[in-house]
Design a protein around this ligand. Structure first.
Ligand code: O2Y
Ligand code: MN
Length: 600
C-alpha cells in the first residue's frame, strides 16, 4: 500500500468505479509471481509444463477471440483529431471517458483489482518512467512482473510524486460473486477498447487480456504515451531493438534497429555472428528510449525487463539464444501442447506425431492446419538470455553509434544502404515499407508503409513525429549523431528465392556498419545513399550463388523511379505537417535518380 496521496486518491476513484471484490497492492516479490501462476492454474487459465522439460513454466490458452493487438479498437484521444494524425484512430477524449466509465462501471465485480506500480527502465535511471497499472487479470500481473520492474521498490522510487502514467485495465467480464466459477480466459468478445489520453498520460483498456492490449507498460506506455512525452521533452521513444557489437579487437559499438513485425527483430537482437571473433549481445529486443547525454551522444535504455516474443518460427536455427532463454521460467501463450507436457510451435523442430493444438483439439502433422496460433508468445525475463549484455540495465544507457531501419522487400531495397546525413536517414526511416506476411492481417505480399516501424505505436501525428526527428538532429552535434542505415535481408532473385541467407550471416552487414562508424570501411555513392564498395563487405566463407551479392547491392534505377509516386502519396497523407526537410529529400532523390537514368 502506498502513502502517496495522489496515487491513493486515484486508486480509490477507480475502485469505486470498477467495484472489485478487493484491492491488492502488488509488492513485486517472487512469491507474488508464483501466487499468480498458482491462481491461473487453479482457474484453468494455465497449466504447469513438465518440470523436467520446462522448469517453472506455465502454458496458457487464450480465448480464440482474444489473440493479438486490436489496432482497429486502439484509439488516441488527443484534444483534436489533427493531433492524432491520419495514421491513428482518434476519439474525442471527453466522450471516450464517458463511454469507458460506462464500460468500467462494476466491470471488476467478483474479481480482485491488482495495483501494479511499475518502472519502465531501471529503477532510478533518469531516463526511466513510472506507471501504475490497475488490472483484474492475474495473467497481466504475472506478465508485468516479467516485462517491467514492479512493486514496492517502484513505490519507494515514486515517493509522493504525481509523475506517473495512470493505466486502467479490465478484462471486461465481471463475475456475480467471487465464488462463481470463472472462464479460463475471461475477456469481452464483443467490446474491446484500448484508449490513450496523451495529454493526461492515461491509458484505459477494456475487454482484452492479451499482450499489447493488456500489458500496459509495453506498447501503450513505452511507445504511444512515451512518444508524446519524448516529443515534449526532447528525446526519442522508439520501436527499436538495441544490440552491442564487439569486434575481434574488443572495440564496441551499440546499434539500435527498427523493424516491422515478421522481420526477425528478436533474432537480430540475439544473433550469433558467423564471422570469427565478432560478438553480438542483447540490450533489448523491442523498444528503445534514447536521450542525449552531457557529451552530446545519444544514449539508449531498454525500458523493458523481459521479452514477449513470437514463438512460431523460433528455433535452434533462427534463434538458439532465444531457445536457451525460454528453457525455464517462461509463460507460454497459445502454443501447441505435446503429449509429454511441453510446448511446440511451427518450425521449432520436426512436428511431433501427435499434439494438442492451441484450440485444445487433437492435432497431427496431417491435420492441415497450424498447431500453434501464429501470434503465440513466450514471456520471459531478459536476464535469462545467455547473450544479455552485462550493461543492459545501466541507468545511464548505452551510446548509440548506428540506427538500422529495415523492412521485408523482395526487390528494390538493397542489402544495406547508409544515409548521407541525419536528415536523409530520417527520410529513409519515413519511407520504410514492408511486404505483409501471413501472420499479419490483410493481403499477403502487399506493401505497407510503416515509418520507423512506428505506424501502430506513435501517439501523435506522424508528420509532427518526423519533424521531431529532424529537430533533434538539427540541434545536435552532427559528428556525434548515430549513423543511419537502411537494411533488407529479404531481397529475392527472379525465381522468388531469397538471395541472402540471413540469421548469423547478418553479422557481415553489422561488421560493415561497425567499420563505417569507425571510418575504416569503404562505400560508394549511389542515388539512394552509400553502399558497400566492392570488397568492403566481408564475404569470407559465405556460400551464396554466383552473382547474388551483386544483385543484393544493385540499385535498380527503374524500380526506385517507379517507387517515387507511392512515396509521394504516402507523404501527402501527412498534409501540411509533412516537414519540408523530408519533401526536399524526396526531391533530391528524384533528381539523383533522373541524372543517373540519363547517364545509364
Ligand atoms: O500481439 C500482441 O499483443 C503483442 S504485439 C508485440 C509484442 C512484442 C513485441 N512487439 C510486438 C509488436 O506488435 O510490435
Ligand atoms: Mn514490437
Amino acid at each position: 500500500m502506498s502513502t502517496n496521496p495522489k496515487l491513493q486518491a486515484w486508486v480509490e476513484d477507480m475502485r469505486a468505479m470498477c467495484r472489485p471484490e478487493r484491492v491488492v497492492w502488488c509488492d513485486g516479490s517472487a512469491a507474488e509471481y508464483q501466487e499468480m501462476l498458482r491462481l491461473m492454474v487453479h482457474a484453468g487459465t494455465a497449466l504447469w509444463l513438465d518440470e523436467k522439460k520446462r522448469p517453472g513454466s506455465v502454458f496458457v490458452r487464450s480465448d480464440p477471440a482474444d489473440v493479438a493487438r486490436v489496432e482497429e479498437f486502439t484509439f488516441i484521444c488527443s484534444k483534436s483529431r489533427d493531433e492524432a494524425g491520419p495514421t491513428n484512430n482518434w476519439r474525442d477524449p471527453e466522450e471516450t471517458r464517458v463511454m469507458m466509465r460506462g464500460l468500467y462501471d462494476g466491470a471488476m465485480q467478483g474479481r480482485a483489482m491488482y495495483v501494479i506500480p511499475y518502472s519502465m527502465g531501471p529503477i532510478g535511471s533518469s531516463i526511466s518512467r513510472i506507471g501504475v497499472e490497475l488490472t483484474d487479470s492475474p495473467y497481466v500481473v504475472a506478465s508485468m512482473h516479467v516485462m517491467a520492474r514492479v512493486g514496492s521498490p517502484v513505490l519507494k522510487a515514486l515517493g509522493s510524486s504525481d509523475d506517473f502514467v495512470r493505466g486502467v485495465h479490465s478484462v471486461g467480464a465481471p463475475l456475480s460473486s467471487a465464488t462463481v466459477p470463472d472462464s479460463p480466459w475471461p475477456c469481452n468478445a464483443s467490446s474491446k477498447f484500448i484508449t490513450h489520453f496523451p495529454d493526461t498520460r492515461e491509458i484505459w483498456s477494456y475487454g482484452s487480456g492479451y499482450g499489447g492490449n493488456a500489458l500496459l507498460g509495453k506498447k501503450c506506455h513505452a511507445l504511444r504515451i512515451a512518444s508524446v512525452q519524448a516529443r515534449d521533452e526532447g528525446w526519442l521513444a522508439e520501436h527499436m531493438l538495441i544490440l552491442k557489437l564487439t569486434d575481434p579487437k574488443g572495440q564496441v559499438a551499440y546499434v539500435a534497429g527498427a523493424f516491422p513485425s515478421a522481420c526477425g527483430k528478436t533474432n537480430l537482437a540475439m544473433l550469433n555472428p558467423t564471422l570469427p571473433g565478432w560478438k553480438v549481445q542483447t540490450i533489448g529486443d523491442d523498444i528503445a528510449w534514447m536521450k542525449f547525454g552531457a557529451d552530446g551522444r545519444l544514449y539508449a535504455i531498454n525500458p523493458e525487463a523481459g521479452f514477449f516474443g513470437v514463438a512460431p518460427g523460433t528455433s535452434m536455427k533462427s534463434n538458439p539464444n532465444a531457445m536457451a532463454t525460454i528453457a525455464r521460467g517462461t509463460v507460454f501463450t497459445n502454443c501447441a501442447l505435446t503429449r509429454d507436457g511441453d510446448v511446440w510451435w511451427e518450425e521449432m523442430s520436426e512436428a511431433p506425431a501427435a499434439l494438442t493444438d492451441w484450440l485444445r483439439r487433437p492435432w497431427t502433422p496431417q491435420s492441415g492446419r497450424k498447431a500453434a496460433h501464429p501470434n503465440a508468445r513466450f514471456c520471459v525475463p531478459a536476464s535469462q538470455c545467455p547473450v544479455i549484455a552485462p550493461e543492459w540495465e545501466d541507468p545511464n544507457g548505452v551510446p548509440i553509434s548506428a540506427i538500422l531501419f529495415g523492412g521485408r522487400r523482395a526487390n528494390t531495397v538493397p542489402l544495406v544502404n547508409e544515409a548521407l546525413s541525419w536528415q536523409h536517414g530520417t527520410f529513409l526511416g519515413s519511407i520504410m515499407s514492408s511486404e505483409t506476411t501471413a501472420a499479419a492481417a490483410g493481403t499477403v505480399g502487399a506493401l505497407r508503409h510503416d515509418p520507423m516501424a512506428m505506424l501502430p505505436f506513435c501517439g501523435y501525428h506522424m508528420g509532427d513525429y518526423f519533424a521531431h526527428w529532424l529537430k533533434l538532429g538539427a540541434g545536435a552535434d552532427a559528428s556525434k549523431l548515430p549513423r543511419i542505415f537502411h537494411v533488407n535481408w529479404f531481397r529475392k532473385d527472379a525465381n522468388g528465392k531469397f538471395l541472402w541467407p540471413g540469421y548469423g550471416e547478418n553479422s557481415r552487414v553489422l561488421k560493415w556498419v561497425f567499420e563505417r562508424v569507425h571510418g575504416t570501411a569503404a562505400a560508394v555513392d549511389t542515388p539512394i545513399g552509400r553502399l558497400p564498395a566492392p570488397g568492403a563487405l566481408d564475404l569470407s566463407g559465405l556460400q551464396v550463388p554466383e552473382g547474388a551479392v551483386e544483385e543484393l547491392l544493385r540499385v535498380d534505377l527503374d524500380l526506385w523511379t517507379q517507387e517515387l509516386p507511392a512515396i509521394k502519396t504516402h507523404f501527402d497523407k501527412f498534409g501540411a505537417k509533412m516537414p519540408q526537410g523530408l519533401r526536399d529529400e524526396l526531391a533530391s532523390l528524384e533528381q539523383r535518380l533522373a541524372s543517373a537514368n540519363a547517364t545509364a
